[in-house]
Design a protein around this ligand. Structure first.
Ligand code: SF4
Length: 193
């Protein structure tokens, strides 16, 4: 398969996802050298309709926390590993994540963020495994979160900072507190006081 950001909006590499989507959800935010790129798993229903990532309930949580912590909208970009909504919001299949991962690599190469913040187990395991889908990490999100981890995608090196997916924090106060503390720490990493 040939990958380029030009063909992304018309991509049909995943037959089921491309047949059922309304839009390819490429990403949202500062594309010119953002300090942080947030990476979730896949778009949901609202994201598919609006062609924008993280605009549903969990997106509201993420964006509210970023605003409350003083993140400038010029500092970050938000995207997902899988750019098309899985039908009925099922988990993306490994094959779909593998198909779509090269687009994320191209986006990261173009933006060269200081830090990649993976949101949740799935985005974290693909990134922490350096995009090696034959050897996916089994490390839990709770063991990885809140720390900077060196990763390498192709010949590019990045700093990865995993944290929980905001959806996991909606009904869990303790996870929400940890999520907020992680994003506070992340801001201090890229923007020391
Ligand atoms: S999920 Fe990614 S690889 Fe699959 S059809 Fe959509 S854009 Fe293409």
């Amino acid at each position: 398969m040939n990958y380029s950001l030009e063909i992304l909006r018309n991509c049909t590499f995943c037959v089921e996802l491309s047949a059922n989507r309304t839009n390819v959800v490429v990403g949202d935010g500062a594309i010119d050298n953002p300090k942080v790129v947030f990476v979730g798993e896949a778009p949901g229903k609202n994201e598919d309709i609006q062609s924008k990532p993280f605009v549903g309930r969990s997106g509201q949580v993420l964006r509210q926390v970023l605003d409350a912590l003083g993140y400038s909208k010029d500092d970050y970009y938000i995207t997902n590993v899988v750019k098309c909504r899985p039908p009925k919001n099922r988990d993306p299949k490994l094959e779909e994540a593998k198909n779509c991962f090269p687009y994320l690599k191209l986006q990261l190469e173009a933006m060269t963020p200081e830090v990649i913040c993976s949101l949740g187990t799935h985005a974290t395991k693909y990134l922490i495994s350096n995009g090696d889908f034959e050897n996916i990490s089994k490390r839990s999100i709770s063991a990885s979160r809140g720390n900077l981890i060196d990763i390498k995608l192709g010949d590019k090196e990045y700093k990865l900072f995993p944290t929980y997916h905001p959806a996991a924090t909606i009904y869990n106060r303790s996870l929400r507190d940890t999520f907020v503390a992680d994003l506070k720490k992340l801001k201090e990493i890229y923007q020391p006081i």
